[in-house]
Design a protein around this ligand. Structure first.
Ligand SMILES: [Zn+2]
Length: 83
């Protein structure tokens, strides 16, 4: 059966018996659970997956810009003075 990695979208092939089990993508090493035969669900899944990825990217960019603003000062402040 055809498997698509939920993380990097790599096209994989695996045994039908892999359904419902954890699989690991050889491309990005991400582990994910294989849900049901994809033939019918595929459009639905790729539909919300695309939205999900879009949201995730947006979130990622937001987080990164915040991190850049912080400028890596984290770690400078430590628990000092308490003996
Ligand atoms: Zn992958």
């Amino acid at each position: 059966m055809k498997i698509q990695c939920t993380h990097c979208d790599a096209k994989l092939t695996g045994p039908d018996s892999a359904v419902g089990r954890m699989v690991r993508c050889p491309e990005c090493q991400t582990k994910f659970r294989l849900d049901g035969p994809a033939s019918d669900l595929n459009e639905t899944i790729s539909g919300w997956l695309l939205e999900d990825v879009a949201n995730a990217r947006q979130l990622d960019v937001t987080i990164k810009s915040h991190l850049n603003r912080l400028g890596g000062t984290a770690g400078a402040a430590g628990p000092t003075g308490t003996t």
